[in-house]
Design a protein. Structure first.
Length: 598
């Protein structure tokens, strides 16, 4: 066992405070009651939290219950004392009305735990979509040494000799079901084939994206993000992560040392190269605000748009998580980008070295899966940021624009980046599901489909519902995507080129609340604009009428948290955080530890 020289540990305020011996005794006795010894608690060894996101309610992260054993081994070996505790579960496909609602709740809970208990450092067990940002955001606020351990993706899914990827197969199977090509039983079998093992979604959805970005930000050990959950390397990674957090406490290496503007810009570049999720700008904006870094949405276009798509994973490409790992994972991608001088190589990471030192020389082992920079899957694969008279900001993932879509909407020789058409407006996903196949709506390939009432306040939590399939009668004619625009989000596993995250949302009485079915709307991707083609006076009149009617109507809150979140949440373009929470990053740093509890 290696002993490490310690700086002042915050846990000493609980366990070793001679000036306050009556409270110290109170703090000590209850941790002794399950067998931890006085010597352990009072010998100045760092107390390391294991923020456990795995549970039966969180199948994507459930394997962390197993990995925690190897984490504990590593922590113990370096002289630390592990204390494991649960994090409020967030499971993307199980939580209704949307897991998006719980990211901030999980964040809040974890902040209280990290700040209010005798913890000197923490291992954040990340995986399923929102668990990664929730944990990182909390560590940023409290700013104690923290390292992220990914649970890793599931093994590849297969059906009849073809890879079936999480989520992506659902969007495809829904179209097949709508077109009558498969029945209900085949639908379920096809979807279930994509989930053959423990782990998170094996596509480049929000989970693979956010775990890759946690590594690109420097918050997890190099090479660890892509290891599939059941692989033995994943267990090893847990062990090394446990060892490393103890050293980080000794070095006082904190999230604010790692999560710098350079780190965020690296993450933006990596996100383009991997074909990352449209949820990433939301979560990184939130994380940046909680750590005190200014990261405007426009930075995604400025630093990310021109970067090519290198990683050939579904939904933009064809492969899955196991292939990504074997091809070299995040370090191989970063090494390619470093050769083009696209990475800020001096950004510090959790292992105490820079990302440049970590990734220089990392090899691509399979060029079908991670393409050479000069033979990308797509060029200009990042997001573009749009504005106009319907919203201040929205994003679009251009790397998923299909040839079919490009041919139909973006091939006018006089105006190749623009198109316009009549709007059909849906108020929430129920309205859409209810009406989409109604022929009297008259939806054609010129129709632009709008989804509103799906933002952080309206839904609440912002639902992944903007990617809407066309009516079944168009699908059978070979039309697989219509232009979709909305104030909600879209699953990272969806390949739809939607215009998303429109802010402010309709429920905040943003411009989308004024739109009416039948209005003509023009989309110009080169200018980055979406505009309804009606006179300003008419818009002003509609706004007056809307406000007179009490504003845009949305369903009532169903739980106390929905009501609380709605009263303080911000918009998607600035991370949809609990407004005001960001100031506590500074306060927690100076306040040290909370007051005694008795
Ligand atoms: Fe949990 Fe995709 S649903 S990772
Ligand atoms: Mg999702």
């Amino acid at each position: 066992m290696t002993e490490i020289a310690k700086p002042k540990l915050r846990s000493r305020a609980w366990f070793d405070n001679p000036a306050n011996i009556d409270m110290t005794a109170l703090y000590l006795e209850r941790y002794l009651n399950f067998g931890i010894t006085l010597e352990e608690l009072r010998s100045g060894r760092p107390i390391i939290g294991i923020a456990q996101t795995g549970s039966d309610l969180s199948p994507c992260n459930r394997h962390h219950l197993v990995l925690a054993e190897r984490l504990r081994d590593g922590i113990r070996e370096m002289g630390g004392i592990p204390l494991e505790f649960p994090v409020h579960p967030i499971q993307e496909t199980g939580k209704r009305p949307t897991a998006g609602l719980d990211r901030n709740l999980s964040y809040l809970g974890l902040v209280e735990v990290l700040y209010g208990y005798p913890l000197d450092g923490v291992v954040l067990t990340i995986g399923c979509d929102k668990t990664t940002p929730a944990c990182l955001m909390a560590a940023a606020t409290v700013n104690i040494p923290a390292i992220a351990l990914s649970v890793g993706p599931m093994l590849n899914g297969w059906h009849k000799g073809e890879r079936t990827g999480s989520g992506t197969i659902v969007w495809k199977a829904r179209q097949m079901l709508a077109a009558g090509e498969i029945d209900d039983a085949e639908f379920i079998k096809l979807v279930a084939s994509s989930a053959p093992s423990t782990g998170y979604c094996n596509t480049m959805g929000t989970a693979t994206t956010m775990n890759s970005l946690a590594e690109a930000l420097g918050m997890s050990l190099p090479g660890s993000a892509a290891i599939p959950a059941p692989y033995r390397d994943r267990q090893e990674s847990a062990y090394w992560t446990g060892r490393r957090i103890v050293e980080m406490v000794a070095e006082d290496l904190k999230p604010s040392d790692i999560l710098t503007l350079d780190a965020f810009h690296n993450a933006i570049v990596v996100n383009s190269a991997i074909g990352g999720s449209t949820n990433a700008p939301i979560h990184l904006a939130a994380l940046a605000r909680h750590v005190g870094v200014d990261l405007p949405l426009k930075d995604w276009e400025t630093h990310g748009h021109k970067v090519p798509l290198l990683v050939n994973l579904q939904p933009a490409g064809e492969y899955l998580g196991e292939d990504y790992y074997r091809a070299g994972g995040v370090p191989a991608v970063v090494a390619q980008l470093m050769k083009q001088a696209l990475i800020r190589e001096d950004a510090l990471t959790v292992n105490g070295r820079t990302i440049g030192d970590n990734c220089r020389g990392a090899k691509v082992e399979d060029e079908k899966v991670i393409r050479p920079f000069d033979q990308p899957l797509k060029s200009d694969a990042g997001f573009i940021v749009l504005t106009g008279n319907l919203f201040d900001a929205a994003i679009m993932k251009t790397s998923v624009i299909s040839d079919e879509f490009r041919q139909r909407y973006l091939s006018n020789p006089d105006d190749p980046d623009a198109f316009e058409g009549p709007a059909i407006v849906f108020d929430g996903p129920e309205d859409y599901h209810h009406r989409i196949d109604d022929p009297s709506l008259g939806i054609t390939t010129s129709t632009l489909m709008f989804m509103r009432g799906a933002g952080p306040i309206g839904y609440p939590g912002a639902a992944e519902v903007v990617n809407m399939r066309p009516p079944a009668y168009l699908i059978t004619e070979g039309v697989h995507a219509l232009p979709c625009i909305g104030d909600g989000r879209q699953s990272g596993t969806s390949g739809s080129p939607s215009i998303l995250n429109a802010s402010p949302e309709a429920a905040a009485n943003g411009g989308l609340a004024l739109l009416q079915t039948g209005d003509r709307v023009r989309i110009d991707l080169r200018k980055g604009r979406v505009d309804v083609l009606i006179a300003d006076e008419e818009l002003t009149e509609r706004r007056r009428a809307l406000m007179q009617a009490g504003g845009y109507a949305y369903p009532a809150s169903q739980t106390p948290w929905q009501e609380i979140q709605r009263s303080v949440v911000g918009q998607l373009d600035t991370g949809a955080i609990l407004e005001g929470a960001e100031k506590y990053q500074r306060l927690a740093q100076t306040a040290g530890v909370p007051r005694d509890n008795h």
